[in-house]
Each structure stands twice: as structure tokens, then as C-alpha cells.
Design a protein around this ligand. Structure first.
Ligand SMILES: [Zn+2]
Length: 362
């Protein structure tokens, strides 16, 4: 590892979605992927990606929480998605197949328990080996549970390494209502949480509605985190955490990953219209959210990184001083200037997630 750079864990990246649905070869550098997308107009973020495996290594981001994600949509829905849970499951299996081939190629390694975590950290903290040769570790998480055809599919998924589940995403969900809707967990959603408890999985509360959050926190007994989630009192939207929710998460020992999607960092962002530079959205904006959570908690033990970079958006919706994900290393100096100590920064960059995982995986 580069001596100058602190190790980073990013708790939310849709790597396989980018590979399978965006057709991005993430073994290539970000700029090669952008070149290959020149002239493409099928998605707003074509030619504007910021995440690839070489840039993760360049930024010493040696461990990520990587998703499987596939929404089921009912007839008439305006959301992107798949027309049956069975098709959605098929998409998640294609995503899994991509992670597996990355493992076979030595590009990535799956982390499913405390021993593997310890071995992986030992490898990344061994400065005698260059980080270009190290596989990026990933913990598998399911963002939105729609693709679980029946509850029994959760155990199937656990057996191939799924360790985290967020029951909802955007819109209505088969297990829980998501961002932009109201309502709590469905009956199946309540059963899902019990099954997650039985399997000792981690609950990701990101994308739950307020009702869903309250219900899930009461029902679920196991470890809880918010993988990519900012503060509602700074940028007002249901997708963000209220102060009350932050207090509850702190009491539960949760860690909250700061997200770098511009609309979560500034008010009234208009997707596809606003520009990060013109709107003054730069990396330091996330520190306001860190400050806020640390003030509520009375310490720095509950904030960390969960960037969501390339989560169906690219440079057009990313802080303007982040050209690629490797630039999140710049946060170190920004945090120092804002009064955080090196010890605090290590907590934010990786120690808080590690502590959480070690407690979750005893
Ligand atoms: Zn998300």
C-alpha cells in the first residue's frame, strides 16, 4: 500500500450492475471505459463513469460492499426494472457470475467472515507488495429484495456469500416500500427480516421509508447499518436520515456511509440539468454530514464511506473534484483542515466498518 494513502472501505458500489447492465469492463481504467462509451446516449452517465478496479486500487480502496440489484416492476411502472421476480433473480445471478469470474481472474476476492476479513486486511496492509497486484475485497449485499422469488431464496443467496440485505430500493417493493413512496414492510418483508436474523445477516436500512425504518428497527434483532445515507436536516429529502433516525442508529451501534451523489449533498438538485461545478458541489460537502452525525453521536464512531459512485450516475452528478473514485483520498486533507485527527480519519476511512464487521461476524 502507498504509505501516503490511508486504506479505505467503500460500503456501497454497484459494481456488477455496471458490468452487466452498463456493459462496462471494470478491469479497464476509468478513462478507457469512458472512451469506449463515446457517442452513446442510452444512459445519462455514458462516458462519465468514475469507478473501475484500477482506480479502486489507485485510491487504496481495498474493500467494498458490492451489490446485486434488480427491481421487479408491475405493469405501467415508470421505474426501470424487470417484469417478474424470476427475471430479476436471473439478473442478480448474472451479476454474481461476473463477481465470480473477477475472483477467478484474481481481480476481486469475496469476504464472508471474520477470518477472511482479517486475512484480506493483512494482505492490503502489507506494504512490501504493490496494491496493483492485490485483489479488491468485496462483501456481497442485495440492494432491494424484489429478486428473492420466495423467502427460501435468501438462504440460497446466503450460501453463495450474501451477507447484507436492504429490503427496499426506489419505488414500491415486494418486501418493503422504498424511496419516494410511503408505507412499511409487507408481510413478506417482516418474514424476510426474521429469516435474515436466523441467518445472522446484516440489515441495510438505506432506502427504507420512515415507516419501514421504524418497523424494521423494532423487528430486526441483528446488526444494522446504513450503507449510503446522508442527513435530512442538511439536505431535506425522505431518502436522507432524520436526526431521530441517526440517534436510533447510533444506539444500535450502526455505521452510516456517506454518499457522494450530488443530489444528496445539495438542495433542489435537478438531475440531467444541474452541473456540480456551477452548483458548487465539491467533496467537502460530505464533511458537513459527517460533522452532523458526529455531533449527534458525540464521537466519530458511526460515520464512514459509502460513496455509491456510478450508482446509475457519473461525473455529471458527482462532486466536481472527484474525477475518479481514487480522488476520495483527498478527503484526508479536507478532514484534517476541518479539525479531524488522523485517528478520526482512520475511523472514517476503514476502522468503523471493520469494528462493525468484527462485531457482526463473531
Ligand atoms: Zn442506493
Amino acid at each position: 500500500m502507498d504509505q501516503q494513502q490511508t486504506f479505505i472501505i467503500d460500503a456501497h458500489l454497484d459494481l456488477a450492475m455496471n458490468a452487466i447492465e452498463w456493459n462496462r469492463d471494470l478491469r479497464q481504467p476509468v478513462f478507457s471505459i469512458r472512451d469506449r462509451e463515446k457517442g452513446m446516449t442510452d444512459k445519462l452517465d455514458r462516458g462519465k463513469g468514475t469507478v473501475a478496479l484500477p482506480e479502486l486500487r489507485k485510491g487504496n480502496i481495498g474493500l467494498v460492499v458490492a451489490t446485486q440489484i434488480a427491481r421487479y416492476v408491475e405493469p405501467g411502472s415508470t421505474l426501470p426494472g424487470w417484469n417478474s421476480p424470476e427475471i430479476a433473480w436471473g439478473i442478480t445471478q448474472a451479476q454474481l457470475a461476473w463477481y465470480r469470474v473477477m475472483e477467478e481472474e484474481g481481480e476481486m476476492v469475496q469476504i464472508t467472515d471474520a477470518r477472511q476479513l482479517e486475512n484480506h486486511l493483512r494482505l492490503w496492509f502489507d506494504n512490501s507488495q504493490p496494491s496493483v497486484k492485490k485483489p479488491v475485497g468485496y462483501i456481497l449485499s442485495l440492494e432491494g429484495a424484489d429478486s428473492l422469488v420466495h423467502l427460501s431464496y435468501l438462504e440460497k443467496a446466503y450460501s453463495y456469500g450474501l451477507r447484507v440485505c436492504g429490503p427496499s430500493h426506489y419505488g414500491p417493493g415486494r418486501y418493503a416500500a422504498g424511496t419516494g413512496t410511503t408505507g412499511a414492510l409487507t408481510i413478506k418483508g417482516r418474514e424476510l427480516l426474521q429469516e435474515m436474523d436466523r441467518l445472522s445477516m446484516i440489515l441495510d436500512v438505506t432506502h427504507l421509508t420512515d415507516e419501514g425504518f421504524t418497523e424494521a428497527i423494532e423487528l430486526f434483532k441483528g446488526p444494522v447499518w446504513a450503507s449510503h445515507h446522508n442527513c435530512r436536516s442538511l439536505v431535506n429529502h425522505q431518502r436522507q436520515l432524520s436526526d431521530e433516525q441517526i440517534k436510533i442508529l447510533v444506539e444500535r451501534g450502526a455505521v452510516i456511509g456517506g454518499a457522494l451523489d450530488t443530489w444528496m449533498l445539495t438542495d433542489n438538485w435537478i438531475r440531467g440539468v444541474d452541473d456540480p461545478l456551477e452548483c458548487g458541489v465539491y467533496l467537502e460537502k460530505i464533511v458537513d454530514h459527517f460533522d452532523h452525525i458526529c455531533n449527534i453521536a458525540g464521537n466519530c464512531n458511526h460515520v464512514a464511506m459509502g460513496t455509491d459512485l456510478d450508482g446509475a450516475f457519473g461525473k455529471e452528478q458527482t462532486p466536481y473534484d472527484v474525477e475518479t473514485i481514487a480522488d476520495i483520498q483527498k478527503l484526508k486533507n479536507i478532514l484534517l483542515k476541518r479539525g479531524y485527527t488522523i485517528h478520526d480519519i482512520e475511523k472514517i476511512f476503514y476502522r468503523n466498518w471493520i469494528r462493525f464487521l468484527q462485531n457482526a461476524w463473531v
